[in-house]
Design a protein. Structure first.
Length: 80
């Protein structure tokens, strides 16, 4: 099984949602296996969005190697 956990700031989430732009907030998504080992992480910092020429970019990181360090395996860029 694969489990996901969201890491984000409560106040940022509430304020941006109240303004109608909750999808622009910063977020970290952690993905774990059944034994609570982190397999992958997606990180997206706060951006104003495409209306101000700032595309949303998320970094995709994965746990690799013997030491288990996180390495970037990709990037997601959302243009408007």
């Amino acid at each position: 099984a694969l489990y996901a956990k969201e890491e984000s700031a409560f106040l940022e989430r509430m304020l941006l949602t109240a303004c109608g732009c909750g999808n622009l907030r910063s977020i970290k998504l952690h993905f774990y296996d059944g034994e609570s080992n982190e397999l992958m992480r997606i990180e997206r910092p706060f951006r104003l969005g495409g209306c101000l020429c700032c595309p949303l970019v998320s970094e995709v990181l994965s746990r690799r190697g013997e030491a288990g360090e996180l390495v970037r395996i990709g990037r997601v860029r959302e243009n408007f």
